[in-house]
Design a protein around this ligand. Structure first.
Ligand code: NOJ
Length: 579
């Protein structure tokens, strides 16, 4: 619910209306030069397959994304990140790339991509594409050539091929396990059916890991980056950015199940090798050169999962990646102390790197916040009406009040909960299939978006028999964009209002954060010199830290109180803060 001083409703305004220039707060010494756009940008993650289908095949596509651009513009984000749309057999929905310089026909073609970039830029939206350098698809020409070539050949040297152990090479070269379950090695079979060498894949067997110790790999990716830079992209989201290099000797791991157990890249022999930093330096040079040519700053944002804050910070040194996702916020349980701990850690970690924290609450790999924050008593009804919905709204206001950049995953702005009851036979996630149907983790957040109407396909796809590639539940009817835009109490309006305030208030975006004293279940802080954000993680109401009505709140706030599971923003003179 929004109160006092909420900006007018752009849902009724033309999507062509001029973007309100962002008033960034910057240290005095930097005031003379504009801050790069990415430092406090809010980027919308488009999972292309599930955004909007323009062809009636039940699968989202680039033309659908292009049709949705005015919607994103209305929402008020600064740009979009497109999940992989390259030719791919889709064993991991595009994170198995068969051709890095084309578009899968399911999603469109290069001309459609160019139109998308052109229209996005016209609307003032940046376009970030996903790049997958750790592994390619087993259908990539390089891998096909490697399979056909002899052991020790240059074609095999682009990957990690090795002889097996055991008397007949029947055992994998080491004991590593793949992230998605099973051994990290698969044995090849020759044309005559005889077993041959093994190859390494840290994800599925259809995603062979590339050998980054072979200079040919680095050169190929520089060409790929240049290809997309020339097509006008504003940046790259880098998949598995702590991957690429493996320990040169590929030794056994003392804890081979650690990655599989934690679903995180923690095997110190397979991830986070020092050599990877040189790759990010060379990619940064490429981006800086492109920016020098046309004055448009490009972004490298890495998916960096490493054990410590200090290691994370090393990826965003001034000559490496511009940013790296900070996943600890996403991983934090709904507790004030946990949230405060990860926020403090992030701000400490980033200080001195020249980067800004890149906050995330949701993405295509994680259970959605509405479901995650539901109280364990199981009150999360599928529409999000339990505690999970209000808490997800509060978390969004918290995230958007923090210094730095933020990513919003499609459907987050509609308050979608995880779809928990997809039947086994429709699940496509390799994690499900490779863990003996134990882990149902990634399909439920990828169900195609509901746009309009009362029954599936909710405007996601059109055409006689068109069915979304994953079935949509009936309760999506309450979460269509059509309904969200018409209801000023919706998640959508909360995000839109918060994004508009971020643009118009000089205290948000970059700049300092000062904690206020607050009860144990409450987090309260001041941004700049006049924006207070408070979140009540507890079960009962608490006094609001600021007198008077909030600028924006995630739920009803009356009589100077902040109810349970609610966040609010107040604009006030620092002397008005009840610290
Ligand atoms: C991280 C991506 O977010 C995930 O979806 C993918 O499966 C793995 N990397 C492997 O590419």
């Amino acid at each position: 619910m929004t109160v006092a001083a909420v900006p007018s409703d752009p849902a009724t305004a033309s999507p062509q209306a001029p973007v309100i220039p962002r008033q960034r707060s910057a240290p005095a010494a930097e005031l003379h030069q504009p801050q790069p756009w990415w430092r406090d940008a809010v980027i919308y993650q488009v999972y292309v397959r599930s955004f909007l289908d323009s062809t009636g095949d039940g699968i989202g596509d680039l033309a659908g994304v292009r049709a949705g651009l005015p919607y994103l513009r209305r929402l008020g984000v600064d740009g979009l990140w497109l999940s992989p749309f390259y030719p791919s057999p889709q064993h991991d929905h595009g994170y198995d790339v068969a051709d890095y310089c084309d578009v899968d026909p399911v999603y469109g073609d290069l001309d459609e991509f160019d139109r998308l970039v052109r229209d996005a830029h016209r609307l003032g939206l940046k376009v970030v594409v996903d790049i997958v350098p750790n592994h390619c698809s087993s259908a990539h020409p390089w891998f096909r050539e490697a399979l056909a070539a002899a052991p020790g050949s240059p074609a095999r040297a682009r990957f990690h091929f090795a002889d097996g152990r055991g008397e007949h090479g029947e055992l994998p070269p080491n004991n590593w396990r793949a992230m998605f379950g099973g051994p990290a090695w698969t044995r090849t079979t020759g044309p005559d059916g005889t077993p041959g060498q093994w190859y390494l894949h840290m994800f599925t067997p259809e995603q062979p890991d590339l050998n980054w110790r072979n200079p040919e790999t680095g050169r190929a990716f520089e060409r790929i980056l240049s290809f997309w830079l020339e097509r006008g992209v504003d940046g790259f989201r880098i998949d598995v950015a702590a991957g690429l290099f493996k320990h040169p000797d590929l030794p056994d791991s003392p804890d081979p199940y650690a990655d599989e157990r934690t679903r995180d890249s923690v095997n110190p022999l397979a991830w986070n090798q020092p050599e990877v930093h040189e790759v990010w330096r060379s990619w940064r040079r490429l981006c800086d050169e492109a920016a020098a040519r046309d004055g448009r700053e490009r972004l490298l944002v890495g998916e960096v999962s490493v054990p410590t804050a200090a290691e994370h910070a090393a990826y965003v040194r001034p000559d490496e990646l511009h940013q790296a996702f900070f996943f600890d916020l996403l991983a934090a349980p709904w507790e004030a102390a946990a949230f405060r701990g990860v926020i403090e850690e992030a701000l400490r970690d980033i200080a001195g790197t020249g980067s800004t924290v890149t906050w995330v609450l949701n993405n295509h790999d994680q259970v959605r916040t509405v479901t995650r924050y539901a109280s364990p008593s199981g009150d999360a009804d599928p529409s999000g009406a339990g505690t999970g919905g209000p808490r997800a709204r509060a978390a969004a206001l918290l995230m958007l009040a923090l210094p730095g950049a933020a990513y919003v995953y499609q459907g987050e702005e509609l308050g979608l909960a995880e779809v928990l009851d997809l039947p086994d036979e429709v699940l496509t996630d390799p994690v499900f299939h490779r863990t003996g149907s134990r882990l149902r983790v990634r399909d439920g957040c990828r169900v195609p978006l509901p746009w309009s109407g009362h029954v599936s396909p909710f405007g996601f796809t059109t055409g006689g028999d068109a069915r979304p590639w994953l079935p949509q539940p009936d309760w999506f009817a309450a979460h269509t964009t059509e309904r969200a835009l018409a209801d000023v109490g919706s998640f959508w309006h909360l995000y839109r209002d918060a994004l508009q305030l971020r643009r118009s208030l000089p205290h948000l975006g970059e700049g300092p954060l000062r904690w206020l004293d607050s009860p144990p279940d409450v987090l309260a802080f001041v941004r700049g010199d006049g924006l207070v954000c408070a979140v009540n993680f507890g079960d009962g109401p608490v006094p609001a830290p600021v007198a008077g009505p909030p600028l924006l709140s995630s739920g009803p706030c009356a009589d100077g109180t902040l109810p349970a599971g609610t966040a609010a923003w107040w604009s006030c003179d620092p002397s008005g803060v009840l610290d």
